[in-house]
Design a protein around this ligand. Structure first.
Ligand code: TXA
Ligand code: MG
Length: 315
């Protein structure tokens, strides 16, 4: 696809969803809304389609993709779902939990999806539009966040158009993403423990309440999310954290009593702050200010995920 044909943005009505399903079946890239962030989706079973995702994002090929499925049965076709994973699926699917599981032998997934790993990351999303696309297409969809690699994740259709513009033909506009921060990624270890590879809307405490504590991973066989690069979510200018005040050259992202230029949540509500985080970073990037300052955000609950993203934005 040419880099200078602007993406077509369609509403998430019957016609828009039908267009997305047809394009995905034909092997094309489509940007789709999920409850976390917009995804850049393609059918997971086709080499060329998956290669097009990496190309459009400028994503390093060692960084594997999450595969989205309609239900647990869809997950079982691609991965070995053990008893713990089934309990987690019962508790949190559909929803913002991604499980890294052993890849099933013969799974119909392009090799590039898993970047050579014996594991596969699977998520069953909750967003109405994404669920309808998964059901109607009958496909498993590989979908990273719909932004250029290393940039700020998109939480509305305009963010996708600004970041990927002519590199995606179709954007399904489902409005603002309600959670606003990427799914929690958890690795279940064969020996019984588990670890959070990326904090997200579902907290480690909520997971522990369902399957017990994870225990410390022996350092020799720690499983890493290869995409959890130190520098990520970068607005393209220096970011300073824990800033109660800001100078004239700084775009100030506020929280609670710190109003700033863009307040994540005047009420100090962490879920609301998560939903506004990427919009704030996009606004900071688009502003005329040379630098960004961010007010302190408590680390409780989803605050851990917000601070994880902010640390990477500042790195
Ligand atoms: O909320 C989300 O998860 C969004 C929406 C679109 O679903 N997707 C998303 O994808 O955040 P992406 O590509 O931006 O992040 C995927 C992360 C990367 O850090 C990658 O390294 C990790 O998942 N990952 C994928 N497969 C893995 C595997 N087999 N083992 C460990 N980490 C894996
Ligand atoms: Mg991403």
């Amino acid at each position: 696809m040419s880099d200078n044909v602007p993406a077509q943005i369609v509403p998430a009505d019957g016609e828009g969803i039908a267009a997305a399903v047809a394009a995905l079946r034909a092997g094309a890239l489509v940007a789709v809304p999920t409850e976390t962030v917009y995804g850049l989706a393609a059918r997971a079973d086709r080499d060329e389609s998956v290669a097009a995702i990496y190309r459009a994002k400028g994503r390093p090929d060692f960084n594997p993709l999450i595969v989205h499925v309609a239900d647990l049965a869809g997950a079982e076709q691609l991965a070995l779902v053990d008893a713990r994973a089934r309990v987690l699926a019962d508790a949190f699917w559909p929803g913002p939990l991604t499980m890294v599981l052993p890849r099933r032998e013969g799974a119909m997934v392009a090799a590039a999806v898993t970047a050579g790993l014996p594991t596969i990351a699977i998520r069953c999303p909750a967003h109405r539009v994404m669920r309808q696309i998964l059901r109607e297409s009958g496909l498993a969809l590989a979908a990273p966040s719909a932004n250029a690699s290393g940039g700020v994740s998109p939480t509305c259709a305009a963010h996708v158009a600004a970041s990927l513009g002519g590199r995606v033909g179709l954007i399904v506009d489902g409005g603002d993403c309600p959670d606003g921060i990427e799914s929690t990624i958890i690795a279940l270890r064969a020996e019984g423990g588990w670890q959070v590879l990326r904090p997200g809307p579902i907290t480690a405490d909520a997971i522990a309440a369902v399957i017990g504590q994870g225990g410390d991973a022996p350092s020799s066989n720690r499983i890493e999310a290869p995409g959890q690069m130190t520098s990520h979510y970068a607005p393209g200018k220096p970011v300073r954290l824990n800033a109660l005040t800001a100078d004239a050259e700084e775009f100030h992202i506020g929280f609670g009593a710190v109003a700033g230029d863009y307040c994540l949540s005047a009420d100090g509500d962490l879920a609301q702050a998560a939903a506004h985080l990427y919009a704030a970073l996009h606004a900071a990037a688009a502003s005329g200010r040379a630098r960004v300052a961010v007010a302190p955000v408590p680390d409780a609950g989803i605050g851990a995920a917000i601070n994880d993203r902010l640390r990477r934005a500042a790195a």
